[in-house]
Structure formats: structure tokens, C-alpha cells
Write a protein that binds this ligand. Structure first.
Ligand code: ZN
Length: 489
């Protein structure tokens, strides 16, 4: 039986490609954070101001360890919560299979409710519990779609974060959500279970039906994941087993040859066309006699970002975009447009982890990988960052300072993540707008883009200059200092 299994991947730490970056910290390609820090302090000791280039160079030339998720199906959809007890950032796909959308959304709702109860009483900025989940999605062939959601739940008093995982698959032709047994010939379930038990070394006494629960199909084969602590000792981490189709042909039934080339399905990552008749970027210096504020947009780039850029292009003004590192690939043009049209770009971590829960090495990687990716796309080396959920502590400040990065939070939260309603977001912006404000929005939502189509011209009609965060602070005599947190002018 063992001979039939050609591949076995064991990923220690976390589950998936999208999350294994954290596990990969233990691997060999990862720059030791001490080395990174040493290199940096060496540069800084030499007194060459602003010279973090060697560090950035390192990340640009292959030290990059944080993986880019596979997203072959669905549009990024966000579920965000900034609560006292719990902060949530879940990215999940919405695609053209309603039953699959429904199943995933139901899981998101249930999972948030479950961890909300778990987090009860955590409370307060960096002490809030964190639920961060993202996804990989796969097209196998003509008709099959698989989605794997993975992430962590972390709480100050937990020794280790809890792995969170779910998988969904569906047949696009029938529109049905699939169980693995739908794809197995009689006897196949037992055969596959034996293979998994044997390969992973699970105690046969401990095996139950759940052992095959986490499965996805991709173009190469079937992946089974055993979540950390399930069936195997916690110290083994999450284990992923992979079986190429060739090894499964006697008991896996597929309506189409999964290895065939996938047809072109509706665009997943298509960029919206740039707006017409765009204005030249405005002069960089704001007029000190007029009020000014900074509109900031987190969690992109997304397919809605271009629409926002169109609004700025039409009415003038500038925004600041705090981008998530692993969302940049495939949307480099959106970032290039931002810089070309005078907007400011800052980092928002690589995969939206709450930075207060990470060690120095991970923290450095979160910041520097994102920065390298932004530099790669635009040639701009950004030195501002918005920490996910606005959460920071002394370590976040110290590491940011060592990386020459200033932290930008906000004075106004539009709650666009909560309302997802253009009218409510518009009202919030107009009501809270005042001179010197830094306003938090998210370019992940269509409702936010729609709200800005009204808010931006109306703010300008009220005399506000819409400036970038750097312009706002500079115009008000503030020099941005690395490691410091800014929330308004
Ligand atoms: Zn965010």
C-alpha cells in the first residue's frame, strides 16, 4: 500500500500554503531575525540615514519567505470585526456557485459566533483575542472547485494559537456542494482512510469518520489535512497528506479528467479599467488656510480599489492605501496607478495577523515582505504602516522603529466593515469629518467605493483638502518618526 503513495508532505505548524509561511519560519530559507536585526543595526550604526536598502534588498532577492495564496476561484470577500473582546479578519471567496457561497458564509458566521463566545472578557487593544482566516481556492478541471479556509484563533492566555480550518468543494456543473464520499467508488472511503492512517501514523484506536473531513482537490490531486491536535500529538503540528490522481484512480471517480487544462472561467482577478479623463495629480502642498483630512483605505488591493481611484481622479484629492502584502500579486497595476496618481501606499502586514501576538522575527517578516512586495510593484519604499486592527504594543513599536517605519492609526472609524452600506458610510464620513482627521475605510467593500462617490465631492465642496497621511502630518509640522503611532494631524 505504501508504494502507491508517491508523495507525503508534512507541514509542521500550520496547515496550508496560505498559512505555512508561519510554519516555514522554522525552515531553512528563513532569514534569522537576529541576522536581519544585526544587519539593520549595523546599517543604522553607520549613521547612514534612511538606508534600509540592504535589508529591503535581502527581501527582494529571495529571502522572501511568506507565501502567496493560490486563488483560482472566487472574489475576495471580507468579514471584519473590531470588537473589544475579539478582532476578526476573515477573507473568503464568493463565486458563481450559490450553494458553495452559502456553505462558506454559514461557516464564517458560525465560526465568528463560536470564537466570540470563547473570547468573552478578553478586552482591549492588544489584549483582544484574534481570529484571522484566509483562503486558498482551486480549480481542478472542468467542473470542480475546492476552497480551503485556514487561520488562527489566538488569545493572550493561550500558550499556542488554535488552528482554524475548513474545506469546501463543489461541482460547478450541478451547483452542488460535494462530500468526499460523493467522489469515491464503493470501498474507496475505507481504502483512503487506511492510507491516511498508515501514512500519518495515527493510532488506529483514535480513528473516526472525521479523519477525512478536511480535503481539497487541486489540479494535481487530493490533499487531506489533519489539523493540529486532531488524531496526532499537538507537537506534530498540522499535517497535510497529498495523493496525486494517478494514485487514486482505482477508487476516486471524477466526471472529467481533472488533469485536463481548465477552461477560462469568469475572471477572478480582473482589474477594472482605469477611469477616463483623469486629472493630473494635484500640487503636493496643501493650502494651510483650508481644512484638510486624510481618507485611508485598508485591506486591499481589491477589485473595488480601481473604482475608488476613479473617484479621486474625477474630483481630485488623494488617499492613502494600506495594502495587505499577499493581496498584491495580480494587482500590481492597481498599486502602480496609486503612485502614478499621487496617492500614498503603506503596508498593512502580509496576511493581516495581529502583530501584537507575533515574535520579533515574524513581525519583521510581516512588515518587510509587504514592503518588498510594494517596492517590487511600484519602486516606492514605503515607511508607513497601519497595524492590522490598529493593534500595537511596545514590541511592535520597537521593531517598527528599527525598520524605519511609522505607525498610522486613525481618529475616525467609519464602521464601513460593519455596515457594508453606502448610505451609512457616507453619513459617517460627513458627520465625523473635521480638520486634521485620519479616517478609516476599507477598499475591500463595494459599499465603501459607492459611498466615496458621494463623500469625496461633498467633502471637497465643504472646502476640505483630501491629502495623504504624510501630507497631513507634514503640513501640520509633524515629522513622522519611526516606531511612533499617529492617529490625526
Ligand atoms: Zn485591516
Amino acid at each position: 500500500m505504501k508504494k502507491r503513495i508517491a508523495y507525503l508532505f508534512i507541514i509542521i505548524g500550520l496547515l496550508c500554503a496560505g498559512c505555512s509561511r508561519l510554519g516555514a519560519q522554522q525552515g531553512t530559507v528563513v532569514p534569522e531575525s537576529s541576522t536581519v536585526q544585526d544587519e539593520l543595526s549595523k546599517v543604522q550604526q553607520e549613521g547612514e540615514k534612511g538606508k534600509v536598502e540592504p535589508l529591503l534588498e535581502g527581501y527582494l532577492s529571495g529571502l522572501d519567505v511568506l507565501e502567496v495564496p493560490v486563488r483560482e476561484y472566487g472574489e475576495n470577500t471580507g468579514h471584519i470585526l473590531l470588537g473589544e473582546d475579539l478582532v476578526v479578519h476573515i477573507l473568503y471567496p464568493t463565486g458563481d456557485i450559490p450553494a458553495l457561497n452559502h456553505a462558506i458564509q454559514e461557516w464564517v458566521t458560525d465560526t465568528v459566533a463560536y470564537y466570540q463566545a470563547e473570547a468573552e472578557g478578553s478586552g482591549g487593544n492588544e489584549d483582544a483575542a484574534e481570529l484571522t482566516v484566509e483562503y486558498n481556492s482551486y480549480l481542478t478541471g472542468k467542473d470542480l472547485v475546492s476552497v480551503k479556509l485556514t487561520g488562527v484563533f489566538d488569545q493572550p492566555y493561550l500558550a499556542h494559537p488554535i488552528d482554524v480550518a475548513a474545506t469546501f468543494s463543489a461541482d460547478r456543473k450541478t451547483g452542488k456542494v460535494l462530500k468526499l464520499t460523493d467522489l469515491l467508488l464503493p470501498g474507496g472511503e475505507e481504502t483512503l482512510r487506511d492510507m491516511v492512517v498508515d501514512q500519518a501514523g495515527i493510532d488506529p484506536e483514535a480513528v473516526d469518520d472525521g479523519v477525512l473531513d478536511l480535503w481539497i482537490l487541486n489540479k494535481e490531486g487530493l490533499e487531506i489535512t489533519l489539523k493540529r491536535g486532531d488524531y496526532l500529538p499537538m507537537s506534530d503540528g498540522s499535517v497535510t497528506l497529498f495523493y496525486p490522481y494517478e494514485e487514486l484512480k482505482d477508487f476516486l471517480t471524477l466526471s472529467e479528467d481533472p488533469v485536463q487544462d481548465s477552461p477560462q472561467i469568469d475572471p477572478v482577478q480582473g482589474e477594472d479599467p482605469a477611469g477616463e479623463d483623469q486629472k493630473e495629480p494635484e500640487p503636493a502642498t496643501p493650502d494651510m488656510d483650508k481644512p484638510m483630512l486624510a481618507l485611508t483605505f485598508d485591506d486591499g488591493p481589491s477589485k473595488h480599489t480601481a473604482r475608488l481611484l476613479d473617484v479621486f481622479a474625477k474630483y481630485g484629492g488623494k488617499g492613502t492605501f494600506f495594502v495587505v502584502g499577499n493581496l498584491i500579486e495580480g494587482r500590481e497595476e492597481t498599486l502602480q496607478r496609486m503612485t502614478a496618481e499621487g496617492h500614498e501606499i503603506g503596508g498593512h502586514s502580509w496576511n493581516h495577523r495581529q502583530l501584537t501576538k507575533l515574535g520579533k522575527g515574524e513581525l519583521t517578516d510581516q512588515i518587510m515582505n509587504t514592503r518588498a512586495k510594494i517596492y517590487d510593484a511600484t519602486g516606492v519604499d514605503t515607511t508607513i504602516m497601519r497595524p492590522p486592527y490598529g493593534s500595537y504594543n511596545d514590541q511592535v513599536k520597537t521593531v517598527s522603529a528599527s525598520l524605519d517605519v511609522a505607525l498610522i492609526n486613525w481618529s475616525v472609524d467609519t464602521l464601513d466593515w460593519k455596515h457594508k452600506d453606502a448610505d451609512a458610510v457616507y453619513e459617517a464620513v460627513m458627520k465625523e469629518a473635521k480638520d486634521g482627521a485620519i479616517i478609516l475605510c476599507h477598499d475591500l467593500y463595494e459599499s465603501t467605493a459607492a459611498a466615496m462617490e458621494r463623500a469625496i465631492p461633498d467633502l471637497m465642496a465643504q472646502g476640505y483638502q483630501l491629502v495623504t497621511v504624510s501630507e497631513l502630518l507634514e503640513a501640520n509640522g509633524k515629522t513622522m518618526e519611526p516606531g511612533k503611532v499617529y492617529t490625526k494631524k
